[in-house]
Ligand binder design. Structure first.
Ligand SMILES: [Zn+2]
Ligand SMILES: [Zn+2]
Length: 529
């Protein structure tokens, strides 16, 4: 209620209570956008509403969650880089977190379908589902939740990606790199830190093209769209040449010029010359139908007919489907696009436990809390940079981002899984959005045998550490104890956000006070962790 005894000017100068609570929550590392979920305890039969931190995806997490995620990523990167024993890989029983993720995902799927049937906008639900899929993969489950039963098309061998001409070692069944012994008998285990970039599209200064009219925006857009496939090829080639199951932890980050580039920590080492050879020889071919001829644009658009699909409004001719268009690629066909790395790269040899290792680790995870378009923020007010970004977004607008992209209609092809209401130039794919600038892939790429732990397991490590410090046993969690359900929006049982945040802050305060007391009572010569 407004206190009328206080002059209006004074009232207005007071920060909003909710904002203050948020600031306090941030200081305590408490999630400021918690997701309320209903939890049924099958042991007691009690149902309660529990707040789960929003920190699901790195891209949408609130600042405290993003910070916590980054710390987890650093722990994960550190543990795998110089591993000196083979990780044992055993598929884990889905734990509680994984279970609720899957249930939550299933529920979102049902909502997506309902919204679609009702002809409603599903953008938010799609984004949510995508984030959940990423997190489920993160939590250590392989494959797609809803089953990968999308009949993968097998192309003729002719168009398989050719393997570049590179030396090949015989494969050995190890994920560890070589060690080197010095004359004094010490054993060294060097690892690598590699930075890879895309080619030049024209001269730039301070991230802005000197001549925007000759800057190759189309190539920049296509390279960004297919960058993650190029990285996949690089890893394949790396493993072939190295002759062992090379493990890596990599992050994709924006350059000043707004092109994605890659930082990669690699376990083990290769001769620099060989690595340079691999970088130069790696490429990815995009075998998609040609987009040379624009068939529809402006007011002249294909028509949807139920049971038939999209057709030419003038002739009534049904447009070729995605599969038909692929079949039309004949022996003389050229790939729509070929991506390769640029000349700029950086290769560093890193020894376990050195200061340099720590420095590169910080570098790897530095930008994880930012979106790809973030370098723009640093230069707000710089008109040329905003124009540069706008040109790139425009170049991406009509570029097909995937086989299901609505933009295929522009070139007279029905997108894969065509449905009514598709609008060319309006594809909802992440890659077209200004904050993604063509790169819709994951920001952190971790090979399966890196630290032999999922992010969820790293989380569990921390929990165990804290509980041990508190002198409490870390009880094994019964994976079937809780059943989780989303709480419908506007549920009266969910208290206002400020109340929930304050509760979490109070909890955190109690916990911190307890930790402080413990630390003060430690013996004078504490053991190094
Ligand atoms: Zn959060
Ligand atoms: Zn698209």
């Amino acid at each position: 209620m407004t206190d009328r005894s206080v002059p209006r000017a004074v009232r207005l100068s007071r920060p909003m209570a909710r904002e203050v609570v948020k600031e306090v929550a941030k200081r305590y590392g408490v999630c400021i956008r918690p997701v309320a979920l209903q939890r049924l305890d099958t042991h007691t039969g009690r149902t309660e509403i529990v707040d789960v931190p929003c920190g699901a995806t790195l891209e949408s997490a609130c600042p405290p969650c993003a910070k916590r995620n980054r710390q987890l990523r650093m722990a994960q990167c550190r543990e795998g880089w110089h591993l000196d024993h083979e990780p044992a890989i055993t598929p884990n029983e889905p734990d509680e977190e994984q279970r609720w993720l899957v249930e939550f995902r299933a529920d979102v799927h049902a909502q997506q379908e309902a919204a679609e049937r009702a002809g409603q906008d599903t953008t938010d639900l799609d984004a949510l589902a995508e984030g959940l899929d990423e997190e489920i993969t993160e939590a250590g489950m392989r494959g797609h939740v809803l089953g990968g039963a999308t009949g993968r098309r097998v192309r003729s061998t002719r168009r398989r990606q050719d393997a570049p001409d590179l030396p090949r070692r015989k494969m050995t069944a190890t994920t560890l790199g070589r060690t080197f012994a010095s004359p004094d008998g010490r054993v060294y285990r060097p690892s690598l830190f590699v930075t890879l970039t895309l080619p030049s599209y024209g001269k730039v200064r301070d991230g802005v093209p000197l001549d925007p009219d000759t800057y190759d925006y189309r190539r920049a857009a296509r390279d960004a769209l297919h960058f993650s496939r190029l990285v996949d090829r690089f890893v394949q080639n790396l493993r072939r040449v190295a002759g062992y199951d090379v493990q890596y932890f990599a992050t994709v980050e924006p350059q000043q010029r707004l092109a994605p580039h890659l930082h990669m920590a690699i376990r083990g080492t290769l001769p620099r010359a060989e690595l340079k050879q691999i970088i130069a020889a790696t490429y990815h071919q995009v075998w998609w139908p040609p987009t040379d001829t624009v068939r529809f644009e402006g007011e002249h658009l294909p028509l949807w007919q139920d049971g038939t699909g999209y057709l030419d409004p003038d002739t009534g001719e049904v447009l070729p489907t995605w599969d038909q268009a692929l079949d039309e690629l004949d022996d003389d066909a050229q790939p729509l696009h070929v991506v390769n790395f640029g000349e700029q790269h950086n290769i560093q040899s890193v020894l376990a436990g050195t200061r340099a290792a720590g420095k590169w680790l910080g570098y790897l995870t530095k930008y994880l809390t930012k979106s790809l378009a973030d370098p723009l923020d640093a230069a707000t007010g710089h008109q040329a940079r905003r124009e540069h970004a706008a040109r790139l977004v425009e170049a991406l607008r009509f570029e097909p981002c995937s086989p299901t992209c609505a933009n295929w209609l522009r070139y007279g092809i029905q997108p894969k899984g065509a449905k009514p209401g598709m609008q060319l130039g309006r594809c909802r794919g992440k890659a077209h959005k200004p904050e993604h600038l063509g790169y819709a892939g994951r920001r952190v790429l971790v090979s399966r045998k890196w630290s032999n732990k999922t992010l969820a397991e790293h989380k569990q490590d921390r929990r165990t550490w804290v509980l041990e410090a508190l002198g409490q046993p870390d009880e094994p969690i019964d994976p079937h104890r809780y059943v989780w359900k989303p709480v419908p929006a506007g549920d009266a049982n969910v208290p206002p956000l400020a109340v929930r945040l304050l509760r979490s802050v109070a909890e955190r305060q109690r916990w911190r006070a307890h930790m402080n007391r413990l630390i003060q009572n430690l013996p004078a010569t504490p053991q190094a962790a």
